[in-house]
Design a protein around this ligand. Structure first.
Ligand code: UDP
Ligand code: MG
Length: 318
């Protein structure tokens, strides 16, 4: 296929890559990604979202727009996070099949044809399971929680939601584009629109350059977003727990009352009472925290701020 065809034809494949301070990875990524996608032999586009990088990433991406036909760049006006970066690219993507992948080469681009094949078989979402995952223990632990929660919420059974090498059918992406929530977790969101998802095993490499953009804190945030963003189960569990502890306390109070008449007044139990009290205070604070999570989200939605701001785009004009 010659370069002009790539430029003008309706793309069949859209590759979406979020980029945040990845100057060292972009070159090597492109050297592997471009031939892998070209090898499929269908018109394609590669959309990079520069998520407010403070290094030379944007400069490198702009050069790639000149150099590689089909490359497009969305430049954010600040750092809005990996998922917003992907959403922005989803909105501008035109391919029948949309594939997301990280810029850090932890996901091998050579696996893309296998993902495409699965969609062509009739699956609407293709997830990937990382074989021999090359991440820290803590990272893997956080992912397990994400996986368990997402499965509970969506009522589906997938093993690995954390791996961002994923393929989506156009209609799943269109549905995602209709969602306006300001915090999200794309694999879980996609799952709610999927009717025939599947998962395949792929290799996983260690991050070559730079370090993970996810801190301990942002991983906790992601888990909270996931739980409170997709279900009200935490609120319901908390309410149930409140009712049962209240009942239990009532029984306990009755028991103490009866004891008061049989044994007489006693003070030795004071510390037990304190222990119980602290336990409940802890639970109450936790509950307020959960309610706060929801209130915070409602606040965010009510403000209706734009979810991200695009400063400029490159390579879209035809
Ligand atoms: N990323 C982004 N914005 C952010 C954080 C990350 O666009 O605020 C991109 C990052 O450049 C990479 C991908 O999201 O392409 C995954 O990030 P990272 O490798 O740090 O996450 P991990 O592999 O540790 O889950
Ligand atoms: Mg990574």
């Amino acid at each position: 296929m010659d370069n002009d065809t790539i430029r003008t034809e309706q793309p069949y494949l859209s590759i979406v890559v979020p980029v945040y301070n990845e100057e060292g990875n972009l070159g090597p990524l492109m050297e592997r990604l471009y031939p892998a996608v070209q090898g499929i032999g269908r018109p394609f586009e590669i959309l990079f979202t520069n998520d407010g990088s403070r290094d030379r990433s944007l400069e490198i991406l702009r050069r790639m727009v000149q150099q590689y036909p089909g490359v497009k760049v969305i430049e954010f006006n600040g750092n809005f996070g990996q998922h917003m970066a992907i959403l922005a690219a989803f909105e501008m993507s035109r391919g029948e099949i949309v594939i997301t992948l990280d810029a850090d080469l932890q996901n091998p681009p050579e696996e893309i044809p296998r993902l495409v094949a699965e969609i062509e078989k009739g699956h609407d979402v293709v997830g990937t399971i990382r074989q021999k995952r090359q991440d820290s223990f803590f990272r893997k632990f956080a992912s397990r929680i994400v996986n368990i929660t997402t499965n509970r919420i969506t009522g589906m059974q997938m093993q690995d939601y954390g791996c961002m090498l994923r393929a989506y059918h156009r209609y799943v992406v269109d549905n995602i584009n209709r969602c306006r929530e300001s915090t999200t977790f794309i694999p879980a969101l996609a799952q709610t629109f999927a009717s025939n998802p599947t998962e395949i095993q792929v290799g996983h490499a260690e991050r070559v350059e730079g370090e993970s953009k996810y801190s301990f804190y942002s991983l906790i945030r992601l888990n909270f977003d996931l739980m409170t963003g997709f279900s009200v189960v935490p609120l319901q569990i908390f309410a149930l727990f409140g009712i049962s502890t209240a009942l239990f306390s009532l029984v306990f109070a009755l028991f103490l009352l009866v004891r008061r008449f049989i044994v007489g007044a006693e003070v030795e139990g004071v510390f037990t009472l304190f222990a119980i009290l602290f336990f409940f205070v802890g639970i109450i604070i936790f509950g307020i925290g959960i309610v706060g999570e929801y209130v915070g989200r409602i606040y965010q939605e009510v403000r209706k701020r734009p979810r991200y701001v695009v400063r400029q785009t490159y390579g879209f004009e035809e």
